[in-house]
Structure formats: C-alpha cells, structure tokens
Design a protein around this ligand. Structure first.
Ligand code: NIG
Ligand code: FE
Length: 411
C-alpha cells in the first residue's frame, strides 16, 4: 500500500466505548477499566483517557463510537513472522505421532524453512511479510516483535533482517521490533560443528548491531539446540553492543537457560515448559519476563509451563503467538490468548495484560504501546464484545470492529 492510499490520521478526536480497558497500572483495578469512557487522541498520541461526558468538554469530535470494548492495540512479543514456505508435510507426520526434535535431527524443521528462506529473493520475502503483518493487524496486533533465524548464514540472516526493517518503515503495518535470532539451528555448512558455528556468528552480530538491524538478540538454548556455554558469548556481546536479549528457554529440557538469561540481563525467557524451581528463582531475581507460547505447546502436545510457580514468584506473564511454520503455524495472537486461558490456566485479565502492557514492557516499550494513557501511541482496537473477558474465547477470526494505529484508522 502506498502511503498516499492510507486513510488520513485523526488529527484530534475522541474514541469512545462502553468499556475502555486502559491497562494502566496507575488505576485501581488490574485492567484500569473506564466505563462509558473515551480516549482523546491528537497527533498520533493519546492525550487523555476519561469518562466520555468529561472529555466532551474538550470540544474534540467523537470520531469512533464502539458498542463494546476498547483496548490498547495488542502486542505480540515473540514471532518468527519473516518465514516463507510451508511445513505441512512435517505437521502431518507430527500429528500422527512423529517427533519434532527427531524431524529436526534428520535435516527438517528449522533447516527446512532455512532452505525456503535462502531461495527467496529479498523483494518477495518483503511482500510475504507485508501480507502476513497486514493479516495480523486485522486481528488487533499493532506492535510485533519479529525474529530472523531462518537464514543461518550472514547474507540470509541479513536478508531477513532487511525485510523486517522494510516492514518496520511501512506506516500501514504494525510497529516492528526486530530481533536477530543468532543461534537457532546449525546450518549444513557447519554440520557437526555446533560450537564453531556459535563462534562464527559473533562478527555477523557485531555488523548487524552496528547497522541498527536489530534491537534484541535471541538464542535457542535447549537440549537439541545450543548449550549455555555456546550461547553465552553472543549474548554477552549483544549486551555490550547495547542490544537486549530474549531467549528460547526450557522448551524441551531445563539445561540452565533461565540462569543464563538472568546472568546476561535478558528481557525475557520464552517457552518455559520445562523449568525447575532454580530457573524460576533466577528469572524472578533478575526481573526477566516469562513469555508464554501456548500454540507451540499445543501442537507439540506438551504440558504447560509451571504457571502457578511463575505467578507466585511475581514474574510478569507475557502471552505471544510464536508465529512460525513449525511449532506454531498461526498468525493469531488472540488464538494464543485463548489457549493460554484454556491450557495454561491464565485468567482473562492475565491474558489481556500479557498481550498488551506486559508484552510492551518486555520489548522496552513501556508507556508507548500496550497501554491507553497520556503519551502512549494512539494504537487502539474496538472489539464487538460485551466484556473484555470474552476476548479469550476461541473465536477463530476475532470480532474486531476497528483498529487505529498511530492515530490512523487502518482497519
Ligand atoms: O519457538 N524451538 C525453536 N524455535 C521455534 C520453532 C522454529 C521452527 O520450528 O521453525 C519455536 O518453537
Ligand atoms: Fe520461537
């Protein structure tokens, strides 16, 4: 879409709804609900949130009046959205009892998607990412973290990150937070040399950071992926270069990834289906957020993470889609919220906070995204729902009435 075809921004106006869910922690209730509320937006930002009758005195026109619930735009804090190709053949095998890790060992899995990504020209990768992010926007997502990790060599990781950067500059797409997934799988040219590969990415990481192509660095630290010792140098380098760290941790086994996340000052540890008490203590002590990825545990047939212990430790619970062609072939954060409620036992309030404010905070966007409060970006979703608790029902296409992104009604 050419920017000139974008609807014009709402210069100054009120967006009103019977239930405005601010997710503002300064309000007394967990979701910061304002009944018969309105949000005054101006110049792409939120200026005030209050009862509609109070804000009417501002003289600003009511530009949108929903009949249901108004929330901040959703924030998807963990996606591999820059993928191409399809792994439906593996999915069929896995649903019939095949094992994800065994498929990967045999050269499928992440390396199958690597082949698709290496083959595709930059422009076509950009086009497909654009289409995917538009579909995600239509489900209420206005901020999205996108990882590389399917190139597995410098040129193709850069290709993915350049496509992600292109998406990040498009005004008609959600706000994009780019992550260099430096250690995802060992490419065929380093077969049998995992430790050598883990060192080979260091100069790529330096160049990527210097070019501003990533805000975070991620690594898949698990029994059939990279060890703590292999991942630590890249993560330390990331921090020295001013980047944040997010980790794939404890998806299949607790090999100390959470303690590593805590040591390097990671922003989040993601998956966590297999983590013990020491791991949870480490996350809590270092203020690392826990990113719940229930679509992945759903397709892998796994038991949930120890949600009760994470909650008791006071760790922020984020909910994300994990959108990827293998473990979470979905584009839907609302689906992840539904599964977080059903499979993980998160309350509707936890699901909503985990897909808005807490997700934004884990991405370094505190006060900018995932919240309706003065100064925040004017990213809002009107839902045709009588109550916010209905958002965690398994809708399929969620009942989105309108999406406003940076003050522009984009959907
Ligand atoms: O988050 N397990 C590691 N990474 C992804 C899956 C990637 C893939 O299978 O393509 C995940 O589950
Ligand atoms: Fe992932």
């Amino acid at each position: 879409m050419h920017p000139s075809h974008l609807p014009s921004p709402i210069a100054r106006g009120l967006i009103a709804a019977p239930r405005v869910i601010t997710c503002d922690p300064h309000r007394p209730d967990p979701l910061g609900v304002v009944e018969n509320g309105a949000v005054l937006i101006e110049g792409g930002h939120v200026v005030a949130v209050d009862h509609l009758h109070t804000l009417r005195s501002s003289g600003a026109p009511v530009v949108l009046h929903g009949q249901g619930v108004l929330t901040p735009g959703l924030v998807d804090a963990h996606t591999h959205a820059a993928w191409v190709g399809s792994r439906h053949d593996e999915y069929r095998i896995r649903m019939a009892g095949g094992d994800y890790e065994a498929i990967a060992r045999a050269g499928g899995g992440i390396r199958s998607t690597m082949r698709s990504v290496r083959e595709i020209p930059q422009k076509e990768l950009e086009r497909q990412l654009w289409c995917r992010l538009r579909r995600m926007l239509s489900q209420g997502v206005t901020t999205i973290e996108v990882k590389s990790g399917y190139g597995l060599d410098e040129a193709n990781e850069r290709k993915q990150l350049l496509a992600i950067r292109y998406a990040g500059t498009a005004p008609e797409l959600p706000r994009v937070v780019p992550t260099y997934l430096a250690l995802h799988a060992v490419p065929p040219e380093f077969e049998g040399q995992r430790t050598t590969y883990a060192a080979a990415v260091l100069p790529w990481l330096r160049a990527i950071a210097q070019e501003g192509l990533a805000q975070f660095v991620d690594a898949y630290v698990d029994r059939s992926a990279f060890s703590v010792d292999e991942a630590e140098p890249a993560l330390r380098m990331a921090r020295e270069l001013g980047l944040g760290v997010r980790l794939h941790a404890g998806q299949f086994a607790d090999i100390g990834a959470c303690e590593l996340a805590a040591r390097v000052g990671a922003s989040s540890a993601d998956h966590l289906e297999h983590v013990g008490p020491a791991a949870i203590e480490a996350l809590a002590g270092a203020g690392v957020a826990a990113v719940m990825l229930p679509v992945a545990s759903f397709t892998l047939g796994q038991a949930p993470p120890p949600v009760g212990a994470l909650r008791k430790a006071g760790i922020p619970l984020v909910v994300a889609s994990d959108a990827n062609p293998g473990t979470a072939p979905t584009e839907s954060l609302p689906l992840a919220m539904a599964l977080a409620a059903r499979l993980y036992g998160l309350s509707p309030t936890e699901c909503l906070l985990g897909a808005t404010r807490l997700a934004a905070e884990s991405l370094g966007l505190t006060g900018v995204a995932g919240i309706l409060a003065p100064g925040a970006s004017a990213d809002l979703v009107l839902w045709e729902l009588p109550h916010e608790d209905a958002l965690v029902q398994p809708w399929g296409p969620p009942p989105v009435e309108a999406v406003v992104l940076r003050g522009v009604r984009v959907y």
